[in-house]
Design a protein around this ligand. Structure first.
Ligand code: ADP
Ligand code: MG
Length: 546
């Protein structure tokens, strides 16, 4: 195959229609650090596309190199493929575009200006040229040398629409950059430049969407979700107003769409979809170039992304006080709720595919009586015992020995009764292993210098005496069991200390999240259930619907 054919084939991959040319050129401008990007088109981009930026520009050598296939300056090894933070890295776009158009590039790195012209990838002209720092690319008569592809282009207005969508999605992902799109000299979209995402939302979707839009934010492990969600009732009849980006690269993702549908279901009017701008930033494990133009994204840690996004929505809808309480619910009725079929036995349902226990995808609703968390999942209502959940979470933290020992600024003296003093003598080693630093201080007291974990610091005396009380009953013969008892006791202490401080809604959400992360989330260390479930099935049955 001659190089021209190779380029034409490559062009077919990258360059589908005018909007894909705009996307490639604008992404290059963004990668070049542009603050202003001005796009002009004519006839839906079929006749002319011009993209001008004030980015870093190129030296004469780099400019010529940029027109050679695989001349990307953005990647040097295969490992980089999973962690690309810039928009493009295949080094194919410019030569591919030049191969199917009348192409002109004017660029300057601030010292030297260069102009390059190509027609159908041939007849190269390179000449010095005066220009301010930045780059301008003209693409004229797209596909003029590939009529078979030209005839697949749509009407000018359809192509203009597609370009407008591409620019809007890029603008939404980069609120710090000013974007201006004109068609035939007429402004179609002007957005961004201030860094204010709400402003961009107003410019792209209209003020009615942006005015009371809700901030989205949730961070989990290596994933951070941030953005804006237009509050109900403002929705659109399709999902066209859902702009997702990953590491500021606009993407389409079934996963993100699915989570959005799931988390917002029932909140918007039937047939309305939420309008939103969401960026997912992942510090590792994404593959953005599954396909050069389709912008499908693949995450290595799908579960983390799914949960982070879900909780971002969940937090956005807090507080929610609009849950109807049945007017005539009597206490006796309530007591009857969690019957045999709905208790823990039912919770531990095997996951059909993996055979593992599945922790339900819970949506936190409210806290009740200062001690229970109410949550819903697709299959019913869940009631979480906050204390038992905390015990489980703290227990596994203590167990994993990553519980950091905290040195007390002021050592605390704790007086003990005879039994506890004996327990201290006997289990000193166990206590040390847990992270306590304590020694006898007279016959009936000890001085404590360090305790395990943040929480214990302000409650040293209580935690320490509680613990010893438990150890009094521990089997003195087996060190292992004593340590285990001590862990349980410590977790229980922490849990009650935690309970006495009350929980904010965000902390409730976080507690559910931490419980999910537990090895054994369904029971507290003493074997009590951490939550109960009232299945949808049961609700229907008891309300006489089946
Ligand atoms: P890629 O973006 O995948 O590296 P391209 O063909 O899109 O490949 O661009 C090739 C190279 O040309 C880029 O790596 C970059 O160094 C340079 N380049 C392209 N457009 C611009 C621009 N607007 N400003 C500065 N440099 C650019
Ligand atoms: Mg590129």
């Amino acid at each position: 195959m001659d190089p021209e054919t190779v380029n034409k084939i490559a062009a077919g991959e990258v360059v589908e229609r005018p909007s894909s040319v705009v996307k490639e050129l604008v992404e290059n401008s963004i990668d070049a650090g542009a603050r202003r990007i001005v796009i002009d088109i004519e006839d839906g981009g079929k006749k002319m596309i011009k993209v001008a930026d004030d980015g870093c520009g190129m030296s004469p050598e780099d400019a010529q190199l940029a027109l050679k296939p695989h001349a990307t300056s953005k990647i040097s090894s295969v490992e980089d493929l999973w962690n690309v933070q810039t928009m493009g890295f295949r080094g194919e776009a410019l030569p591919s575009i030049a191969a199917i158009s009348k192409f002109r590039l004017l660029t300057s790195d601030g010292t030297q200006g260069t102009e390059i012209r190509l027609s159908a990838g041939k007849d190269l002209i390179v000449q010095p040229s005066g220009a301010p720092r930045g780059t301008t690319v003209w693409v004229q008569d797209m596909f003029y040398n590939v009529p078979a592809r030209y005839k697949f282009l749509k009407s000018s207005s359809r192509e203009t629409q597609a370009i407008s969508d591409v620019v809007a999605r890029l603008a939404a992902a980069h609120p710090h950059i000013y974007f201006h799109l004109r068609s035939g000299g007429r402004t179609i979209l002007e957005a961004g430049g201030t860094g204010d995402l709400r402003h961009v939302m107003a410019q792209v979707f209209g003020n009615e969407f942006a005015a009371d839009a809700i901030d989205l934010y949730f961070s989990l492990e290596t994933v951070t979700v941030s953005g804006l969600l237009a509050a109900p009732p403002h929705g659109r009849p399709s999902r066209s107003g859902q702009f997702f980006s990953v590491n500021r690269r606009p993407v389409r993702s079934l996963l993100l769409t699915w989570v959005t549908d799931d988390a917002t279901r029932g909140r918007y009017m039937p047939g309305k979809h939420p309008v939103l701008i969401v960026n997912v930033s992942c510090s590792e494990g994404i593959d953005v170039n599954v396909h050069p133009t389709k912008a499908e994204v693949r995450f290595a840690r799908e579960d983390i992304v799914r949960r982070a996004l879900f909780h971002a929505y969940e937090a956005a809808f807090l507080p929610r006080a609009d849950y109807p309480v049945p007017a005539q619910a009597k206490e006796t009725d309530l007591d009857e709720w969690p019957q045999a079929d709905d208790t823990i036995a039912q919770l531990v349902m095997e996951h059909p595919a993996t055979g593992q226990r599945a922790f339900p995808e819970l949506r936190f609703l409210a806290q009740t009586h200062g001690s229970y968390l109410l949550a819903e999942a697709c299959d019913g209502i869940y009631i979480i015992d906050q204390h038992a959940a905390h015990e489980r979470v703290f227990y596994e933290e203590v167990e994993s020995t990553t519980y950091p020992s905290q040195l007390l600024a002021v050592p605390v003296t704790v007086s003990l009764d005879a039994n506890s003093a004996a327990a201290f003598d006997e289990h000193r080693h166990t206590l040390e292993e847990l992270g306590f630093d304590a020694e006898p201080f007279g016959p009936r007291s000890v001085i404590v210098r360090a305790v395990p974990g943040e929480l214990a610091v302000s409650f040293t005396e209580r935690v320490f005496t509680d613990l010893l009380e438990h150890l009094v009953h521990a089997d003195s013969g087996s060190g292992l069991s004593a340590l285990n008892e001590a862990r349980k006791a410590l977790a229980a202490c922490h849990a009650s200390v935690r309970a006495s401080r009350g929980l904010s809604d965000m902390e409730c959400v976080a507690l559910i999240e931490r419980l999910r992360g537990c090895r054994e989330p369904f029971f507290c260390p003493h074997g009590r259930p951490t939550f109960l479930k009232i299945s949808l099935h049961r609700l229907r049955k008891d309300f006489l619907r089946t």
